[in-house]
Design a protein around this ligand. Structure first.
Ligand code: HEC
Length: 202
């Protein structure tokens, strides 16, 4: 449900933005007749798109546990751009129209930046989970779930003092009686992070 809502929201926002850009470009390039035609022929679409944009936006917002400052900034930018745009287009005022497009663009940009940040956060969270899982399946039989088992002379990982890079190297290349563990570079990094944050010094 939320997934569908957020996709609808994104499509509506993109269409809304597109219509807006085209209208502003037409106004700024003195194509009054074309602008009028375009406005007329997209009137219904624009109404549907704006309504969808606002309804899905408000709906999504109500599901959030708390509204971040970024989101408030976004909302204020969008809401203030609308009356400016209405006046701008009605009076064919280029400065107002361009200014309102700038506000919308800024809020669109903010949304994208936030999305990137969220995605990055998810990757980190995922790699932490992966690290624990990988450790349990690939390392715990010798090192034990707390790193202290010492099976066949495995080093005590709670007492390890070697660097992040060295831990990764030991995992990937092996050392003395520890044979290399078959992991990708990324998986090794995830396990290393797990060893450092959850086992080392505990
Ligand atoms: C088959 C048993 C075995 C498995 C499986 C194994 N290790 Fe080891 N590990 C060892 C042994 C034995 C040593 C000691 C090597 C030495 O004497 O140089 C060691 C050493 C290490 C060291 C060096 C610690 C230090 O302070 O020098 C690290 C780090 C390490 N293992 C991490 C891991 C991780 C992470 C995994 C899983 C991805 C893993 N090991 C899987 C047996 C194992």
């Amino acid at each position: 449900m939320n997934e569908a809502l957020s996709i609808t929201h994104r499509i509506a926002v993109t269409l809304f933005f597109l219509i807006y850009v085209i209208k502003t470009v037409l106004l700024l390039s003195n194509r009054a007749d074309l602008l009028q035609k375009f406005t007329k022929s997209t009137k219904v679409i624009e109404m549907i798109v704006s309504a969808l944009f606002l309804i899905t936006g408000v709906w999504l917002m109500m599901q959030l546990p708390h509204i971040s400052t970024m989101l408030w900034v976004k909302i204020v930018l969008v809401l203030s751009s609308i009356p400016i745009a209405i006046v701008g287009f009605k009076k064919s005022n280029k400065i107002l129209a361009a200014f309102s497009l700038l506000l919308i663009t800024a809020s669109y940009g903010l949304a994208e930046v936030q999305k990137k940040k969220r995605e990055k956060g998810n990757v980190v969270a995922e790699s932490n989970v992966n690290g624990q899982e990988l450790y349990t399946t690939k390392c715990a039989n010798c090192h034990g779930s707390d790193g202290k088992l010492g099976f066949s002379n495995a080093a005590d990982l709670s007492k390890t003092s070697i660097s992040t890079d060295s831990i990764k190297q030991v995992i990937l290349k092996g050392r003395n009686t520890m044979v290399p563990v078959d992991l990708t570079e990324e998986q090794a990094a995830a396990v290393t992070a797990y060893v450092e944050s959850e086992l080392k010094g505990k």
